[in-house]
Every structure is written in structure tokens, then in C-alpha cells.
Design a protein around this ligand. Structure first.
Ligand code: DLL
Length: 432
């Protein structure tokens, strides 16, 4: 089912018209209500009247996480606090969290876009949806929650963690859809295995996985272990939360709800827009948000856009699965390495588990990359000689794919920390 066919299947011209009209309105609102936006526009020699359509988007200055931090907590809100009915915040591993605020209308918009994404994923009113994203300041739990209710599906608001309870409810309630991070999905699969629960005895049919990067190989692994279709959902709190984009059942890129969030791809070095189809940094401008509209927000996520109509009938532009974040990219002795590339190599091999950790150190002037990876139970019980053969094989495969040498350490199953939320894949101990 297509939730909002008029919008999701609009022609490019119709979409541009909607976007242009809304962009003009948004620019007026931010200019007159947010001092930091006004200053940036003035510095760029712009007045709101200079922005007449989406063609003028490129003239506007970018916004970064730092802008939100500099205006912590509410300095970039466009409406008085009396209009704000909810706040969320991103945890932020460094510095202050970034805070976002929603008006009543923003919450309705959010529910609408999440409902669209759930329909893209093939959900319907008869689904029993277990929401195992965290509820709280993180947007995952509550964002999914209102979208599911709006669709009319039955929600199990269990939140993240409490793995035994997750399994129990999955069995007892006949959960048909699980929504959580892909890394937690794998953890659930592992816990099922330990508890002797067969996927055939569960009722799972779809997984709505996002909030962190994951590869195609990981998708295949999750689909096989949980017996469901694994759908990628994307979003970020600065833009709204989950529901910015999502795959349909064709799994050929995530449809962006572009009547609300206009995507662009830029070169992260030159900051110039890139032609369609090229990989670069994703930038979003919200055109309907009231609480905290955001202009040309640099997400740091790397992907490309595809404007072709999809086999599902939707014309909403599709963004490819994220390759990683530009700030996740490690430069090891001059070679650019994304954790996702290592993940692909590991998941191609049958002997390893999809649980790994990369540790970067600087010894003298030299960067070293250590990879800790879990080995399947049966291999770990093998002789030391066999393990050494496997270690060399992984080292060789990474060397030949990425062109860098890595120091591989095989560890026993279940020794790398599991989390109910976003997995931590990299520890960078270089003080640079
Ligand atoms: O992670 C919102 C969300 C919740 C999305 C639940 C999907 C499902 P933040 O905590 O603000 O918001 O983190 C946003 O997470 O810039 C990406 O780097 C990453 N991210 C989110 N979804 C995906 C995805 C939520 N499907 C940041 N693939 C974003 C890759 C993703 N990375």
C-alpha cells in the first residue's frame, strides 16, 4: 500500500513546485526568528526574497552540528517555547547534546512520514510491531511509535534491551515486525540460538532496521537468521528522527520524504553540489518543520541519489544505503578505510561472526590498525594451528581488498560488547 499516493508518486515538476513554495516560506521564518540564521544569511549577502525556488537552495549557507551546539539548548528554535510540545536530544559522544523541539504540527508531520515508511516496508494494520529502539531522548522509539499507531498496527513499546523479555514477547504475542538497530537484531538472533528458539517458530516477517550503517552482507545474515525481510530506515534527529527515508520492498535504495526534507549531495571538501549519481555528503533542508527548521544541514553521511521512478511506483528520490560517515572514515597510513568495508570482508567469510571492533593506534609516527573479530564456536575449539591459518586468511583478504595491513586478533564468540542501541565499531586512540 502507498500511504500518500499523491505525494509519493508525484511528477518531478509537481514535487519541485511543492518544495519551492515551502522553501520560500521556511526561509522567511528562519530569517525573521533565528538570529544565527539571519546573521549567516546577511554575511552571505542574502535576504529572504533572494530565495524564490529550489534552484536557489545552493545560495544558502550550510548548517552543522556545531551551529546547534553554539546555540545550545534552544537558540535555533523558530517558535516560542509555548508552542513546543516535545524535545529530543542526540546523545553526542563528545561535547553537549544537540537538542531539537517539535510543535504539535511537527509531531503530526513526523507520524505521517513514519507511516509512509512503514507502508513502504510492507506493513499493515494487522501487524504486531515490537519497537526495540530506545524510548527517551533518542528519537528511535517514540518516532516509530506514533508512526505505527497512525498506521493502525499494534505496537509493543518494549524499548531497547531486556533481551529475554524481547524473545518472550516475540513468541507469546506473535510479533510480526521487529524494529531495532541492525546490530541489536543480530544480538537477538544470537540470544534465540542460545535459548533454542527456532525462527520457524516465530511469526517475524519484516525488520525495520536503522540508526547505524550496515552492509548488504549484514542484511543477508540478519534475513537468514531471523527469517524476515530486512528493511533499511534512515533518519537523524536534527532533521526529524526516523522516517526521513526508507526502503520499499524492492530494497533498491531508500525513498526520501522529499516534500518535507530536500536532499542534496555535496563534495565534502569543496562543498560544491555533485551531479546526480555521484557519492558525496548528504545535506538536508527541512521545508515544513516549525520548531526547529534546518537549512542545508551537513549530515556527514555518505551516499548517492537516484531520481528514477522505482518499480514500486513511487517517484520519491532514492538514497543508496549509507556507505558510512565522513567522520567515520579512518585514514590509515594514507589509505581511506570505512568500517563498512571491513564488515563486508568479514561477512563474506563463513568462519567469522559479524561482531568486530577496530582499534587504531599511533606508534611513533605510524598508524596501526588492529581488528578484533569473533570466530565461530567450532573454529575456536580447533587447534591453534588452524586458528593461525584463519588469522592469516582474514589478514590477506583485508589486505587484498583494502590495500592495508591489519593486525588481526581472533576472539571467542560473545566477547565483543553488544549494545541494545548503536554499535561501537571503532576505537581511535590516536591523539589527532
Ligand atoms: O538514529 C534516528 C533513527 C532512529 C533512524 C531509528 C533510524 C531508525 P540520530 O541518533 O540523530 O538519529 O543519528 C543519526 O545515525 O546521521 C547516520 O549517521 C546514522 N543513521 C541513521 N539511520 C541510518 C541508516 C537516528 N539507516 C545518524 N543507515 C545519521 C546508516 C544511519 N546510518
Amino acid at each position: 500500500m502507498i500511504w500518500n499516493e499523491k505525494i509519493e508518486c508525484a511528477s518531478r515538476d509537481e514535487m519541485r513546485e511543492i518544495q519551492s513554495e515551502r522553501l520560500v516560506d521556511t526561509v522567511q521564518r528562519i530569517y525573521h526568528n533565528v538570529p544565527s540564521y539571519r546573521k549567516k544569511m546577511q554575511d552571505a549577502g542574502l535576504v529572504p526574497g533572494d530565495i524564490r525556488s529550489v534552484d536557489d537552495l545552493e545560495k544558502l549557507p550550510f548548517t552543522t552540528k556545531q551551529d546547534l551546539r553554539d546555540n545550545y539548548p534552544f537558540g535555533m528554535f523558530t517558535v516560542p517555547m509555548s508552542e513546543i510540545v516535545r524535545v529530543h536530544a542526540s546523545s553526542g559522544t563528545t561535547g553537549k547534546p544537540t537538542v531539537v523541539g517539535y510543535t504539535r504540527k511537527d509531531l503530526n508531520t513526523w507520524a505521517e512520514v513514519v507511516t509512509r515508511t512503514l507502508c513502504m516496508a510492507g506493513l499493515h494494520r494487522n501487524d504486531m510491531v515490537q519497537i526495540a529502539y530506545g524510548y527517551g531522548l533518542f528519537t528511535g522509539g517514540l518516532g516509530m511509535h506514533y508512526g505505527c499507531e497512525n498506521l493502525g498496527a499494534s505496537v509493543i513499546p518494549i524499548s531497547g534491551g531486556n533481551t529475554q523479555k524481547q524473545l518472550q514477547l516475540m513468541q507469546d504475542f506473535g510479533t510480526s515486525v521487529i524494529a531495532c538497530t541492525p546490530s541489536y537484531a543480530l544480538f537477538l538472533a544470537e540470544a534465540m540460538d542460545e535459548a533454542g528458539i527456532e525462527k520457524e517458530n516465530l511469526n517475524l516477517r519484516v525488520g525495520i532496521f536503522g540508526a547505524e550503517p550496515w552492509t548488504e552482507e549484514m542484511r543477508r545474515e540478519i534475513e537468514a537468521k531471523l527469517g524476515l525481510k530486512a528493511i533499511d530506515i534512515y533518519g537523524l534527529s536534527e532533521v526529524i528522527g526516523p522516517g526521513v527515508s526508507c526502503e520499499c520492498s524492492h530494497q533498491q535504495g531508500m525513498h526520501v520524504n522529499e516534500d518535507h526534507f530536500i536532499p542534496e549531495i555535496i563534495d565534502p571538501e569543496t562543498l560544491q553540489p555533485l551531479p546526480e549519481g555521484e557519492i558525496g555528503e548528504l545535506v538536508f533542508t527541512t521545508v515544513t518543520k516549525e520548531g526547529i527548521p534546518i537549512i542545508r544541514y551537513r549530515t556527514r553521511d555518505l551516499t548517492r541519489l537516484n531520481y528514477e521512478k522505482c518499480a514500486c511506483g513511487r517517484t520519491l528520490v532514492r538514497m543508496e544505503k549509507c556507505k558510512g560517515r565522513s567522520d567515520d572514515m579512518l585514514i590509515i597510513r594514507g589509505v581511506n578505510v570505512f568500517p563498512s568495508q571491513i564488515e563486508s570482508v568479514l561477512l563474506e567469510m563463513s568462519e567469522t561472526e559479524p561482531h568486530y571492533l577496530l582499534i587504531v593506534e599511533r606508534e611513533g609516527n605510524l598508524d596501526t590498525l588492529k581488528l578484533m573479530v569473533e570466530v565461530q564456536e567450532q573454529f575456536f575449539s580447533d587447534e591453534v594451528k588452524q586458528l593461525e591459518v584463519l588469522r592469516k586468511k582474514i589478514t590477506h583478504n583485508i589486505q587484498s581488498t583494502l590495500g592495508i595491513s591489519v593486525n588481526v586478533k581472533l576472539v571467542e564468540p560473545k566477547t565483543i560488547e553488544r549494545t541494545a542501541g548503536k554499535a561501537r565499531r571503532v576505537i581511535d586512540n590516536r591523539k589527532i
